[in-house]
Design a protein around this ligand. Structure first.
Ligand SMILES: *Cc1c(COP(=O)(O)O)cnc(C)c1O
Length: 635
């Protein structure tokens, strides 16, 4: 058999297909991150994590690579620049980053700074997001788009922001908002910059398809647009409308869904121009997807198109329809959030232990003394001894039946604890023996592939699914998970990944594999005594803010890293994760109060001589230390 190579690992984890030329495996067998697609430079993740641990930064650690973020902004801009050139498109393209996808100050700051040369803007959907965007836009005067429902305070703030020099467009989502806007514009004498969001009848696809379609939550129907134009005209404000917006959902997996929306949206733009609305911009919303599993399919963790195809389709369709109608082409805006930030962050954590098979010498003894065994266990031993490739399927089914029988007999009182343990042990030996035969069959027959699942072991990793990859739980989204070391060795365990919450939902049983989705993740045996780290990739979009505090596991440590030619990497900042007292504070516990209460209680027992002073103070010390420490597991 040929020796296992890093290429074999790249294949089984499908890295080259989801990695967007940003992730690869180096000669040492470690995963590395490239500062830009296909760059000859790279940061070795295993070296980085070892160095972070030397700095006393403990896993789980969220790693944020701002260079990667910048690279993605540049890629999207390049795709549109090329499409504009190739199609002789007579207007411009601009990205507005929707900050709901990741509002972290440093992320938005990086986008604002780096994006300046691409004329990037920010899109917001709430008052807190508006304030964040205004703070980022101060000085640089980044343009801002406001979507979402808006109240009087929101609208008034935007109007005065416009008066003092900010470039903010209010996108009208509902007709009743427009009445408020008109009223406030009259009252303040400030003319707003307006956009109109239309409710297309075209839908997206998949989990977010209801963002579009006639029953969508946001946007005006066609008849409402006509009414809006009428209202604005009567109030002499129609010239304020500069932008038409639609958004048919996130992670649109099929290019033809995008085309349908574009055709309908551009037709509405053309007709509004004909009605005398002075539109300059067509804002096509988000939806540009990320190929999380690398399958290039219309499965919902993937997309069946590339970024270049997306840009080209947008430009081509819009131009085609405008040319046909003899209407000037609009400047195009896209609100690509997921595609901008998904790649920039990843979580690395250690595997704590796994369900190793017990094999004490007592168990081995049962093989040599079958006459002492209960009939059920004896039958299992016979199967184990006689198994061969011709009897596989039958033996497997018999084994399953016998193990069920052993449980029934135990429940009825005919088997004792030792006998049931024997049955369990011999059963797992049979399954491993079957597997050693199955592995040599090529291809593995379908019904036996499912059998391999019964070999799946649980690896416990030091993280909370609910905090770090909530969409894996909420909507079964796939994220690539890869061990960051030993990729020059064959991983010979099939595993599922369980987190450390006390929730049985806190387990991942679907993974990115060679042929799309697989039900088990190949991992290495952990017997070297060395820490074994796994990475969760492409988690920069939505996960950081949707994460919750199930079991009071708080924010993880986060480290911002930039590429540096001399030292390979540089730590730009470290954001310490929540300590136990901080997690408790979210649910209204005060750490001083806790210590005081426990101390009072202990003093009563000291007074009654139930507890010694030393024991009491040692316990208080431990409690205090726990309050100060990370919510995740240490040594
Ligand atoms: C959420 C949202 C986006 C972002 O969509 P992505 O698919 O992440 O790019 C863009 N525009 C609006 C109006 C949104 O609500």
């Amino acid at each position: 058999m040929a020796k296992w190579s890093i290429n074999d690992s790249a294949k089984i984890y499908n890295i080259d297909n989801w990695g967007a030329e940003l992730f690869s495996i180096n000669k040492k067998g470690n995963v590395c991150v490239h500062p830009s697609p296909n760059s000859k430079y790279s940061i070795d993740l295993k070296v980085l994590v070892d160095d972070l641990i030397k700095r006393k930064i403990k896993p789980p650690i969220l790693l944020r690579f701002m260079n990667v973020l910048e690279g993605r902004i540049a890629s999207i801009a390049r795709a549109f620049r090329n499409a504009i050139q190739d199609n002789n498109y007579p207007a411009k393209y601009q990205t507005f980053y929707p900050i709901k996808v990741n509002q972290q100050r440093q992320v938005v700051e990086a986008i604002a700074n780096f994006g300046k040369k691409y004329n990037i803007g920010l899109e917001v959907g709430s008052k807190p997001e508006l304030v964040a965007a205004i703070s980022m836009s101060s000085g640089s005067k980044l343009p801002i788009l406001c979507n979402g429902y808006k109240d009087t305070e929101f609208i008034e703030t935007v109007l005065y922001a416009t008066r003092v020099g900010y470039d903010i467009t209010i996108v009208v989502e509902k007709l009743f908002e427009l009445e408020k806007i008109i009223e406030l514009a009259k009252k303040t004498g400030i003319n707003p910059k307006l956009g109109i969001r239309v409710k297309l009848s075209s839908r997206g696809i998949g989990k977010w398809s209801t963002s579009g379609g006639d029953d969508a939550k946001f946007g005006l129907r066609i008849s409402e647009i006509i009414a809006a134009i009428d209202m604005l005209q009567k109030n002499d404000l129609l010239d304020c409308v500069k932008l038409l917006h639609f958004h048919v959902g996130s992670q649109i997996t099929k290019i033809d869904k995008i085309k349908n929306a574009l055709i309908e949206g551009t037709r509405i733009y053309v007709e509004m121009k004909r009605l005398g609305v002075n539109l300059d911009f067509l804002d096509i919303g988000g939806g540009l997807g990320v190929d999380y599993d690398g399958s290039k399919s219309s499965y919902f963790s993937s997309v069946n198109y590339s970024m270049d195809e997306y840009a080209n389709d947008v430009i081509y369709q819009v131009k085609n329809i405008c040319d046909e109608a003899g209407v000037p082409c609009p400047n195009i805006i896209s609100e690509s959030g997921r595609a901008t930030v998904a790649h920039y962050s990843l979580l690395v954590t250690n595997v704590l232990n796994h369900n190793t098979q017990v094999s004490s010498t007592d168990f081995e003894a049962i093989l040599s003394e079958p006459e002492k065994l209960s009939p059920t266990v004896k039958k299992l031993v016979d199967i184990y001894k006689s198994i061969d490739r011709h009897s596989l399927r039958e033996d497997y089914h018999d084994t399953i039946q016998l193990i069920q029988e052993s449980v029934s007999l135990f429940n009825l009182g005919y088997l004792n604890m030792n006998e049931r343990a024997n049955a369990e042990w011999i059963c797992s030996k049979i399954i491993r023996k079957i597997n050693s035969i199955v592995e040599k069959l090529k291809p593995i027959p379908d019904e036996l592939q499912n059998f391999q699942l019964s070999l799946r072991q649980t690896y416990f990793a030091n993280f909370s699914l609910f905090q770090s990859v909530p969409d894996s739980w909420a909507i079964d989204q796939l994220f690539p998970i890869v061990p960051i070391q030993r990729l020059d060795e064959k991983p010979d365990v099939l595993a599922s990944i369980a987190d450390i919450t006390c929730d049985s939902d806190g387990e991942i049983t679907s993974f990115v594999g060679e042929n799309g989705r697989t039900k088990a993740l190949p991992l290495h045996k952990i017997d070297t005594g060395e820490e074994y780290f796994i990475g969760f990739f492409l988690i920069g979009a939505y996960q950081e803010i949707l994460g919750d505090m199930h079991n009071l596991f708080g924010d993880t440590n986060a480290v911002h890293i930039s590429f540096n030619k001399k030292t390979n990497y540089r730590i730009d900042s470290v954001i310490t994760g929540d300590a136990t007292w901080e997690s408790l504070k979210y649910v209204q516990y005060d750490s001083h109060e806790i210590l005081k209460r426990v101390r009072n209680n202990l003093e009563q027992d000291v007074a009654l001589q139930k507890v010694s002073i030393e024991e009491s103070s040692h316990f208080l010390e431990l409690l205090d230390k726990t309050l100060q420490s990370y919510t995740y597991l240490g040594e």
